[in-house]
Design a protein around this ligand. Sequence first.
Ligand code: SF4
Length: 270
Amino acid sequence: MSFDISPLLEKAVAGGRLTPDEGLRILESHDLIAIGQAANAVARRLHPEPYRTYNIDRNINYTNACTAVCDFCAFYRTPKHAEVYVLPRDVLLQKIAETVEQGGEQILMQGGLHPTLPLEWYEELLRDIKSHYPNVNIHGFSPPEIHHFTKISKRPLKEVLERLKAAGLGSLPGGGGEILVDRVRAAITRGKVMTDDWLNVHRVWHQLGGRSSGTMMFGHVETLASGSSISTGFGSCRTKREDSRRSLVGRSSPRTPRCHTFPPRERLST
Ligand code: SF4
């Protein structure tokens, strides 16, 4: 027997907050048209202006060296691999120059978890970019990288973020979010930040006044319940711990406007 999700969608459209159970009901309905219409209604309520905006940016991967192992990642190389690289500074700056020439105003700069580069290297990188391109927003360093920096530098998270912000970091990407359920993360990644630490990077960044985005990668070993956790719980970037009954990420505090985008990405089989 199918479940009528209309009341739940009406609640969401009116601004009500869905519970993880309600999110799961909606996902289980597979009613993509109704969900899409409701999402559009919410978007128009939040942004009634008759236009939408976009920005031009470029992904720049400053290194492919990584100490973690993620089953879905074809990008990384182990630190001693023959194909490992750290982008020379002139090459990195040239990529930004090309972006600016095309009207770009932001770079998404992420890398693997490099085993030895110190925190000072990242600070100097940010300062160098900002000295050349003060108007380019650096949307950089995913939570796994930030967490890794705290380990490399042996400095507290807040200090690491403050130093990067002072050096020119503009906003945080949501890379490495995948599914915010430890069971799922442990199954597809090794040596990478788990749920609480991922969320904490965003939480502290928001406390510093920063903005961020959150990326969900689905289509692997997650269940609809764990997918529901990130779409209903993570929407605020203020979620917290696993729910033992359904492996859902519960919510710990009111929403803030600091999570500005939420790009879900389906993992494509190769
Ligand atoms: S942490 Fe990032 S770069 Fe490293 S293996 Fe995982 S997805 Fe790839």
